[in-house]
Ligand binder design. Sequence first.
Ligand code: AMP
Length: 278
Amino acid sequence: MTRLITTIAEMRDIRASLTGRVGLVPTMGSLHDGHLTLMRRAREQSDVLIVSDFVNPLQFGPNEDYDRYPRDLDGDLAKVDGLADYLFAPSAEEMYPAEEPFQVDVGRIGTVFEGAIRPGHFNGVATVVLKLFIIIRPDIAVFGQKDAQQLAVIRRLVRDFNVPVDIIPAPISREGSGLARSSRNAYLDEDGRWHALALSGLLKDLSGRRMPAPELLHALEQARATSSTDVQWDYAEAVDPATFEPIDSSFTGDAVVIVAARVQGVRLLDNAEITVGT
Ligand code: AMP
């Protein structure tokens, strides 16, 4: 049975009593199969698994979906049963008792792509993850490659703050159609789910390939030009996976193609790795 923990004090007490390697999978709940993949990956490398389940207000902008973000603690508890030892689900007041809590500033990487569209988002992500690392003191933490910019931010966070946690990436989990799993897919109707395949469809042609930079940049320009009322691209770019700076036409090496679009008003993200070169 997974044990539910809602206070920081209890979480700290339990952590102090644990022996062996402790793994953490941070989530915002409303768990789907993608989250379960992360948990299985964490289990392979840890003796005790803690999953956090917290919709973090700091990473939502004033006009975003914090209030209507799907929440289902009972369903989450049932899903992690047999996989996680503890589900840490504190309230927003428990995590942020101060009216204006201090936050981590992640700098430039937090201002491009997702960070440009969602100002302050990555500062909020880095803040909650650092808090979870301090409260839980995990040996490893697993993050999904689905949120590639978030993964790059977390890697910088542990490097720049000397946090002794191994960050382990987990591959993108997809539905049979190719659609990347996301809690926000629940907002889409059948038509929306069909239009959403534009993201994975674009990436399918590029994923795992080797392509010269000018050819790749041209393909992405073409894709962006197809923006319609059904699929409105926010970006479709190739970037350096560590810095999230866009590649130029002379770039060679490993890159990641990142795409974001709005379908039925829902923001969807996806990405794929590609080798750039002749
Ligand atoms: P979220 O609950 O959306 O904040 O996601 C929690 C963790 O699950 C993050 O590390 C995400 O990158 C990861 N995740 C969400 N969806 C997927 C997916 N389809 N495949 C892999 N990881 C995912």
